[in-house]
Design a protein around this ligand. Structure first.
Ligand code: GLA
Length: 395
């Protein structure tokens, strides 16, 4: 699949620019084992990069002031002058890229002319972070081709900044980190306060994570994502006013939250309560992973779904149905909606021997109930963004 993606992208470059590309980059999507919506609240998250990618075919154009993109999947092009300041445009896909350029420019760096064609195997609006793959992929390319000297951490932050300023989604840092720092076969535990991270083996010995795509598409520009942040910010404001000595959100206790409950109202209370519990669940999940306690890990996943559905309220009927039905099946240890929510995929921890049965049963039940054909992704945990060189990188 990735080989086809690479060939198709090279071909698209050829057609769009009437010449051969010089570099190929692969920027991955991500899964998140656990730790949802806590990345903008000093929490821990457990994501991993996967073998679904945005592929970029790139050529540096000397003595040119233009950067041109060809988005193969939309059959659209866009050019801009690299010496001018950019502002957001009506096409969303362009804003992810212009936002990166703007963030790079604000750091006082200059780039040269470029031609880029790109195409993706990361389904859009499915909670697998195609946005971060696009932003961070472009940031990585600029950094490498023009020797800008940004660290990997800075590239992730540039990606996030692009989304905040040019796209308008106040996302956390998890997706960008996973895309940049992913490691083959490893899940990362990222402390979203310090941005320190460590890797855990993702070998689940007889179990695997399988994604069920509800095919309910969402974009966080309109999904309610930013509203959830506002609910949480309202709670945080009151908490910090009352307990100014606390440094990180995760150091507030439920008892402290109870003390501001009346002031912040039930909605903000529920959101913050979910976050405090979720941050603790991630720590427990990391322990379960390191001890290979898959049963415990599965239980935590399922608890997260309950929190996301009833307290954080980012699930939907389709995902609640998928999770509820999946959990009834033999060999399923845990299931939950994954990513920002409001549609997209569930992540399911299933015994390898039972995977096929579970997929067949759930596919049928889902279609009967909603008349939608769910998609299934059996992904491999993979390397973060990198330049593809045919010999060195097995795909
Ligand atoms: C989206 C955002 C992330 C994170 C998740 C929820 O993917 O981009 O920053 O908040 O939702 O965990």
């Amino acid at each position: 699949m990735t080989e086809k993606l690479i060939n198709d992208t090279k071909e698209a470059f050829q057609k769009a620019f009437q010449k051969e590309s010089e570099h190929i980059y692969l920027s991955p999507g991500r899964i998140n084992i656990i730790g949802e919506h806590v990345d903008y609240s000093d929490g821990f998250v457990l994501p991993a990069a996967i073998d679904k990618y945005i592929c970029f075919a790139v050529k540096k154009i000397d003595n040119s002031e233009t950067c041109t993109f060809f988005a193969k999947d939309f059959n659209e092009s866009f050019s801009f002058n690299i010496n001018e300041k950019q502002t957001p445009v009506p096409q969303t896909w362009v804003n992810y890229l212009l936002g990166v350029f703007n963030a790079v420019q604000e750091e006082g760096k200059t780039i040269g002319g470029l031609e880029i064609a790109f195409s993706s195997t990361i389904p859009m609006g499915s909670g697998l972070s195609s946005s971060a793959a696009l932003e961070c992929g472009f940031a990585f390319i600029l950094n490498q081709i023009f020797n800008l000297g940004f660290s990997k951490k800075e590239l992730a932050v540039i990606g996030q900044k692009s989304e905040h300023t040019f796209v308008g989604v106040k996302c956390g840092i998890m997706d960008q980190f996973a895309s940049v720092f992913g490691k083959d076969g490893k899940v990362m535990m990222l402390d979203c306060h310090s941005l320190d991270h460590q890797y855990y083996n993702a070998d689940l010995k007889g179990f695997e994570f399988v994604l069920f795509d509800s095919c309910v598409k969402h974009t966080h520009l309109t999904s309610g994502y930013n509203d959830r942040r506002k609910d949480v910010d309202n709670g945080k404001k009151a908490l910090w006013k009352k307990f100014p000595h606390i440094v990180k959100f995760r150091d507030f206790s439920v008892e402290m939250l109870d003390e501001v409950r009346e002031e912040i109202g039930e909605i903000s209370y529920k959101r913050c309560l979910y976050l405090l519990n979720e941050i603790e669940r991630v720590e427990q999940a990391a322990l379960a992973l390191s001890e290979n306690n898959v049963a415990r890990l599965g239980k935590l996943l399922t608890e997260t779904h309950a929190g996301l559905s009833t307290e954080f309220e980012v699930s939907c009927n389709e995902l609640d149905f998928l999770v509820e039905q999946t959990l009834k099946e033999q060999g399923v240890l845990g299931a939950r909606i994954m990513g920002g929510g409001f549609g997209g995929c569930s992540i399911n921890l299933i015994k390898e021997d039972d995977v096929e049965n579970v997929i067949n049963t759930i596919r049928e039940k889902y279609e009967d109930e909603f008349n939608i054909q769910m998609k299934v992704y059996q992904v491999k945990i993979s390397e973060g963004i990198k330049e593809y060189t045919p010999n060195e990188f097995s795909i």
